[in-house]
Design a protein around this ligand. Structure first.
Ligand code: CP
Length: 307
């Protein structure tokens, strides 16, 4: 397959065909087995994080270093000229001259698309507000494939803040290629956005809404937990009402399928009790580690060093 990723922006998961998703997963599988190398020697990553991040930023930066490249950037927009009123457009125009690829996290939906329009070098969306988080989806798909042996015909529950959780928006869209049965578990005010549900219906994906984990625990292969995103609420009292909606504990794992794996994009607050970490069903730390390999694959592809 010719490299359709070379010089390409990675903005939304819906921009990719099934074969392209699988192509990234295959590169991720190969890179996971490889020692660090020099594939991206001489290349510079512009790492631009206007919102907090631990995994996405550090795994992208580690991915670049592991492939022999180097990194410039910032982890807090307050220390850039955005603080003096510089537009995102102008900031990106500058970065274009300093870096070969930009990874951008920003609180505004559509910001990654806007950045991509400003520059000629590839822009990778590392999360734009509540909208999309496509690189998380590549690592999520890889992890599901790794722990289940297949992506097809799985029963998958997504639980927590499905309204504001950009990871579940991107993941639900990607899963439409693999005929899943989806269980959407959330408080009413945090249900999956209508546009995503409409897309699921259009693609004839079976899904249902639930209010408690107990209703679905014995049916599923993957439980994808998410954090209730306090920072996206306009009113504190609304957050207080739902902040403890789901707290997964080991006693809820008594009657689950043997192959069940629990995923979470992390960070978690209190939605998975610490005791669950010891369960054979817990797989969220392996999932986070896979981010390093998926991001190495994506950097290699968009910089044209992988085919
Ligand atoms: N999963 C994820 O995006 O984590 P960070 O916010 O720590 O990058």
């Amino acid at each position: 397959m010719p490299n359709s990723f070379k010089k390409r922006d990675i903005i939304a998961i819906g921009d990719f065909a099934k074969e392209e998703l699988l192509h990234v997963l295959e590169h991720t599988r190969q890179i996971k087995k490889m020692a660090p190398g020099k594939l991206l020697e001489g290349c510079i990553l512009g790492s631009c994080f206007f919102e907090p991040s631990t995994r996405t930023r550090l795994s992208f930066e580690a991915a670049m270093h592991r492939l022999g490249g180097s990194v410039i950037g910032f982890s807090d927009g307050q220390w850039t000229s955005a603080k003096k009123g510089e537009s995102l457009w102008d900031s990106m125009k500058m970065l274009e001259h300093y870096a070969d690829v930009i990874v951008l996290r920003h609180p505004l939906e559509g910001s990654a698309q806007r950045a991509a329009e400003a520059v000629e070098i590839p822009v990778i969306n590392a999360g734009d507000g509540s909208n999309q988080h496509p690189t998380q989806t590549f690592l999520d798909l890889f992890t599901i494939l790794e722990c289940q042996g297949s992506l097809d015909n799985l029963s998958i529950a997504m639980a927590g803040d499905l309204k504001n959780g950009r990871t579940v928006h991107s993941l639900a869209q990607a899963l439409t290629f693999f005929n899943p049965r989806l269980y959407l578990v959330s408080p009413t005010i945090l249900e999956m956005p209508k546009e995503i549900c409409d897309e699921l219906r259009e693609k004839r994906i079976k899904f249902s809404f639930h209010k408690s984990l107990e209703e679905i625990m014995d049916k599923i292969d993957i439980l994808y937990m998410t954090r209730i995103q306090e920072e996206r609420f306009s009113h504190k009292f609304e957050y207080e009402q739902v902040k403890n909606a789901f707290i997964l504990k080991t006693d809820q794992l008594q009657s689950v399928k043997k192959n069940l794996k629990i995923l979470h994009p992390l960070p978690r607050v209190n939605e998975i009790a610490g005791e669950v970490d010891q369960s054979p069903h817990a797989y969220y730390f392996q999932q986070a580690q896979n981010g390093l390999f998926a991001r190495q694959a994506l950097l290699g592809l968009v910089l044209g060093k992988l085919t």
